[in-house]
Design a protein around this ligand. Structure first.
Ligand SMILES: Nc1nc2c(c(=O)[nH]1)N[C@@H](CN(C=O)c1ccc(C(=O)N[C@@H](CCC(=O)O)C(=O)O)cc1)CN2
Length: 297
């Protein structure tokens, strides 16, 4: 079997067009411009790239972008003060604090200081609780992007066996909740799971989010299964150059799977597209307007 490649880059472009249409409508019919504030603390090179990309795509969609770059030694009180200011700014509908934060800052405290209604990352404890109980929430961008790709490829996910490898708060756990919400039978596997290969072999859907380069080989995959690779790992390639790989061994998995997301060009671009979608959703909710269909879970 040769797997269908699920093209996240192309799908993300479609979502961004959809977002831009909704932004234009908000402006024409209501005089509202959705605004996204992104806060970066420190100089992590990958984070700088992602934040730049977020700002550029926000502006391209017709929204207002507010970038706040703080030095690595920023103290907690200063960061919390900025978040408070953004919480109270009516021009800002979405707030995102880029992760990881420098080690001296308490990530949970910072995340939970964002107004849940503006928490376009969906990481605030209120949004986690709402998602877990099947209520309307802000949904974390990476799992939302994975869900959209799965729905587009499969149609209904009802009754499918899904294995999520990884139990992080930002991907594994919310991904499992979303799959459960679509009536999958869900297993969350992790480093202590007994006989991981056998568990993965039962799955119709495998979501790999462990952060270990090429950990999942093709002989763990059930023939015809759909493989969603969340990993973005930079490894040493040929001639001293680095290259990006996912958490699954692409070649061997693609030879067995029915469908697979590539790295790069799979889940990554969907993350930022879903961030823009969440910002429009947050803006519509803030103004009591109906939410755009198809942009959230
Ligand atoms: N507050 C948040 N912090 C972080 C999140 C998040 O959702 N919210 N996710 C990641 C980083 N991330 C967005 O912030 C992100 C990662 C990767 C991509 C992406 O498009 N990747 C490309 C490859 C890019 C490259 O060449 O390095 C791809 O996969 O095709 C977008 C966003 C951690 N922090």
């Amino acid at each position: 079997m040769v797997a269908t490649i699920i093209d996240g880059k192309a799908f993300a472009a479609e979502i961004r067009e959809d977002v831009a249409r909704h932004v234009a409508r908000l402006s024409e019919e209501h005089g509202i411009v959705p605004g996204l504030a992104v806060v970066l603390v420190g100089e992590d090179p990958a984070s700088q790239v992602y934040v730049r990309s977020k700002g550029k795509q926000t502006v391209e969609a017709g929204m207002a972008s507010f970038e706040h770059k703080l030095p690595p030694e920023t103290d907690e009180a200063t960061l919390l003060g900025l978040i408070e200011q953004l919480n109270n700014d009516p021009k800002v509908h979405g707030i995102l604090v880029q992760l990881p934060l420098p080690g001296h800052l308490d990530e949970d405290l910072v995340i939970n200081s964002v107004d849940p209604a503006k928490d376009v990352d969906g990481f605030h404890i209120s949004n986690v609780g709402l998602l877990g109980t099947g209520q309307k929430s802000m949904v974390p961008c990476t799992p939302l992007g994975c869900l959209m790709m799965l729905r587009k490829h499969h149609g209904s996910l009802s009754g499918l066996d899904a294995v999520v490898i990884g139990r992080s708060n930002i991907v594994g756990k919310p991904m499992a909740q979303l799959l459960l919400g679509d009536s999958c039978t869900v297993t969350i596997a992790h480093s202590r799971t007994k006989d991981l290969p056998e568990v993965v072999r039962r799955a119709d859907i495998v979501v790999a989010a462990v952060g270990r380069p090429e950990m999942v080989p093709g002989d763990w995959i059930k023939p015809g299964a759909t493989v969603i690779d969340v990993g973005i790992n930079r490894i040493e390639g040929e001639a001293g150059k680095t290259r990006l790989v996912g958490d699954v061994d692409y070649e061997s998995c693609a030879a067995v799977a029915g469908a697979i997301t590539p790295v790069p060009g799979g889940v990554g671009p969907m993350t930022i597209a879903c961030l823009l979608a969440n910002t429009v959703t947050a803006c519509c909710r803030a103004h009591g307007l109906s939410e755009p269909e198809g942009l959230t879970a």
